[in-house]
Design a protein around this ligand. Structure first.
Ligand code: 13P
Length: 303
């Protein structure tokens, strides 16, 4: 008899075929979910996959803003196994507060990190991800930019451009757990390891790293870098792919607190239920859908 895990995997694959579903999973998902997905990737890669898929529907294993983005870009039904998997960072910016900032900074372009609601994207000129934020900020014609909602990524961009950035005070609670002391301890334990951190980390943490990269950038660097060991300053889910794709190398999580509870809500049982019962379908408020699509498609056109 099949054990429960094998049965769930078989059923998920059967539903996926029968219902013509594309399963997308973010790099922070648990290993079992990553292993059954069609595509595992960073925010930009998954957005591109959603925009270009020929499948009839998408199941998105990630957090809410990602599924919402997939729905907007694909114009197809998008289902999410656990609808309550939100992003606290995305929730730190409201459309109402952004309207006020736009009044206060009338000359500024608005660049919204993809970790934001459709309502915020709709009020923005263009969207960016960790993979293309610097390029996007450099591309907008204005010299002033309202950058929201992540002050970690925003301050990292501000350090690399002459433009005036107005930084929203949002932050990722998971990446903010990482403090300089963690990196000092990790370097002491693994002196030859390279330190990679996500741009959502604090400035003091980024300053101590060997490289600052989004999850896709970390994967690409590790494939080509001669180092044999890496200290990883991002959510622990990424270690699964890093280890799987680089069996000869070693990876150490920079802090045991680098765990996003929302990314861990999806498992094989919830993915199975989602496929079996066609729930939960993501709806985007009609009054913001067009505006959010415009800002997202602008990003894709220059990525
Ligand atoms: P990446 O695009 O680097 O995968 O980042 C996604 C994210 O939500 C980080 O918290």
């Amino acid at each position: 008899m099949l054990d429960r895990q094998d049965w769930l995997q078989e059923e998920i694959l059967r539903f996926k075929r029968e219902k013509d579903v594309l399963i997308l999973a973010h790099n922070y998902q648990i290993p079992e979910v990553q292993d059954i997905a069609d595509i595992v990737g960073d925010s930009l890669e998954l957005s591109l996959q959603a925009a270009n898929t020929q499948r009839a529907r998408i199941v998105f294993c990630g957090v809410y803003f990602m599924a919402e983005t997939a729905r907007i870009l694909s114009r197809k039904p998008v289902l999410m196994p656990v609808e309550s998997a939100g992003c606290p960072l995305a929730n730190m910016a409201t459309a109402e507060a952004l309207r006020q900032w736009k009044v206060e900074h009338p000359q500024a372009a608005v660049v919204a990190y993809i970790n934001s609601s459709a309502a915020v994207k709709a009020l923005s000129d263009i969207v960016c991800t960790s993979a293309n934020a610097l390029k996007i900020v450099q591309t907008v014609p204005q010299n002033e930019v309202i950058f929201l909602p992540d002050q970690g990524l925003g301050s990292w961009i501000a350090e690399q451009t002459d433009k005036q950035l107005w930084l929203w005070p949002g932050f990722c609670p998971t990446h903010y757990h990482l403090v300089p002391n963690d990196l000092a301890r990790a370097r002491q334990l693994h002196p030859s390891a390279k330190v990679l951190v996500h741009p959502e980390c604090r400035h003091e943490v980024r300053a101590l790293a060997d490289a600052v990269l989004g999850t896709g950038g970390m994967l690409r660097l590790v494939h080509t870098d001669p180092a044999a060991a890496f200290i990883v300053g991002t959510e622990e889910g990424l270690l699964h792919r890093l280890r799987k794709e680089n069996p000869g190398k070693e990876f150490f999580l920079a802090s045991p607190l680098l765990l996003c509870p929302n990314m861990k809500k999806t498992d094989l049982a919830s993915l199975h239920r989602c496929l079996a019962e066609n729930c939960t379908q993501i709806e985007v408020p009609s009054e913001v859908e067009e505006g959010a699509r415009r800002a997202l498609e602008r990003m894709l056109s220059i990525s």
